[in-house]
Ligand binder design. Structure first.
Ligand code: 5RP
Length: 228
């Protein structure tokens, strides 16, 4: 039987959580594994205050009986746990898929410890361009931002994210739009966020540059913790 390394990493990450803590969770299947494990410990369900960036995770936390706080009521978290699509040796992470990175980044920034939780396949020496950098953009700015990105970076392919289910653009929880920026080669990682966030109308990017404090990964060699 194949081992689910996301689950192994998630179970290891749960060991960080103690009664009385305030803990944030991101989105995805690894986070679902964490919550499934946590709900087996009644003391943690009763005595941990939780907050999340994700609608699905919110439902899982509520069903498990946790005390849920709204992100807007929080300024500091003991921990924020989240998965990612890929992260590098400096713990820079790409979190491109869900389109909820603005809220995810907010919770990550509130956290005393931001911990990435992943299976080992997501850990790479340098980030690859197999994932886009995603930006959340106010609707009025989309055409302008697309133009400005093409001017700023050579060989990029920015695309407004469209919905598969209906004939229109994807709208975020904040009422904004998403642009997927497909680089053929990343510029200096340190430059990406300042350049993109310097464009009027851009709210946030999905590149988590030097934000994570540590990563818990699991693979064939067991569980490993990587520190910044
Ligand atoms: C959502 C994310 C997820 O954390 C990322 O896609 C990982 O998901 P999974 O745990 O299912 O592999 O960034 O925005």
């Amino acid at each position: 039987m194949d081992i689910d390394y996301k689950k192994v990493a998630a179970v290891a990450a749960v060991a960080y959580i103690r009664p009385g803590m305030t803990v944030g969770f991101g989105a995805g299947s690894t986070m679902a594994h964490m919550i499934n494990r946590l709900k087996e410990v009644p003391e943690l369900v009763a005595e941990v205050v939780v907050v999340t960036s994700s609608y699905n995770t919110r439902q899982l936390l509520l069903e498990a009986g946790f005390r849920l706080q709204e992100p807007g009521m929080m300024a500091v978290l003991d921990f924020y746990f989240d998965g990612c699509d890929q992260f590098d040796v400096s713990l820079n992470a790409l979190k491109s898929g869900g389109g909820i990175h603005t809220k995810e980044k907010l919770l990550a920034a509130m956290a005393t410890r931001f911990v990435l939780v992943a299976d080992g396949s997501k850990y790479v020496e340098r980030l690859y361009t197999t994932f886009p950098v995603v930006i959340e953009v106010i609707p009025e700015a989309v055409t302008f931002v697309l133009r400005r990105i093409r001017e700023l970076f050579r060989e990029v392919n920015p695309q407004l994210r469209l919905s598969n289910r209906r004939d229109g653009a994807v709208m975020t929880d904040n009422g904004n739009m998403l642009i997927d920026i497909w680089f053929t080669q990343f510029p200096e990682l340190a430059e990406i966020n300042p350049l993109l966030k310097g464009i009027p109308g851009v709210l946030e990017t999905s590149l988590f540059y030097r934000m994570a404090h540590e990563a818990v990964i699991a693979g064939r060699n067991g569980v490993e913790v990587i520190y910044k």
